[in-house]
Design a protein around this ligand. Structure first.
Ligand SMILES: O=C(O)c1ccccc1NCC(=O)[C@H](O)[C@H](O)COP(=O)(O)O
Length: 213
């Protein structure tokens, strides 16, 4: 069992739903650990492969490039994966489906009533982490909604990436409550879907660093 922060003393930060070069540049300059690109066409933040290639070309070494999928066709994963460091699955993918490409992956779990997190951690043993997100029926992610953080057990067999409705105003409380390995934010740092706000990105990272201090 791991405690969520794995005693590293620093909460990693993933900014998700990037669509514009200027937002990628700002996120890197501010010190985000990982950048997420939505590769599910149903999202307002979705990007095509040519845009993905152009955006990730701006990302330097040691910043993780993450691609988000929702029940994707294997061929789509293969084509996108050459531009990515890590795959993030947001749909009903089985563990074997997540692992099929042989590339590192994480599984997003939406916190619907009755979800057995310990069981999911066993089922998705091959995941590098579990991303815990809010549950809204019919919406696979990016809801901008929080969930009851006290539902997360203090120890879990996988590192926890906390997501769902995080903002510069609530992320410190989230870290104090959950002690996650990482936090993930999309709507809370946006001016509009897919358009990040530099002041909000800055405030979010400042709040995380203060919480870690
Ligand atoms: O952002 C989307 O539109 C999206 C669509 C489908 C699947 C996942 C999606 N985003 C996933 C993320 O990683 C978000 O960062 C996460 O759901 C938290 O979003 P938010 O509550 O807006 O911070």
């Amino acid at each position: 069992m791991l405690d969520h922060a794995m005693s590293t003393g620093r909460t990693r930060v993933k900014f998700c739903g990037l669509t514009r070069p200027e937002d990628v540049d700002a996120a890197v300059a501010l010190g985000a650990d990982a950048l997420g690109f939505v590769l599910w066409p149903g999202s307002k933040r979705a990007i095509e492969l040519d845009r993905l290639a152009a955006l990730v070309a701006r990302v330097p070494a040691f910043v993780t490039r993450v691609g988000l999928f929702v029940d994707p066709e294997p061929e789509w994963v293969e084509r996108a994966a050459e531009h990515l460091d890590l795959l993030q699955f947001h749909g009903d993918e089985s563990p074997s489906r997540c692992a099929a490409s042989g590339r590192p992956w994480i599984k997003a779990l939406r916190m619907r009533d009755g979800l057995d997190l310990d069981g999911a951690a066993e089922d998705y043993a091959g995941a590098r982490a579990l991303l815990l997100d809010a549950y809204r029926p019919g919406v696979p992610g990016g809801t901008g909604e929080t969930f009851d953080w006290s539902r997360i057990p203090a120890t879990l067999a996988k590192p926890v990436i906390l997501a769902g409705g995080l903002t510069p105003a609530n992320v410190a409380e989230a870290i104090a409550t959950v002690a996650p390995f990482a936090v993930d934010v999309s709507g809370g740092i946006e001016a509009a879907p897919g358009r990040k706000d530099v002041a909000a990105m800055t405030a979010f990272l400042d709040a995380v660093r203060l919480a870690d201090a």
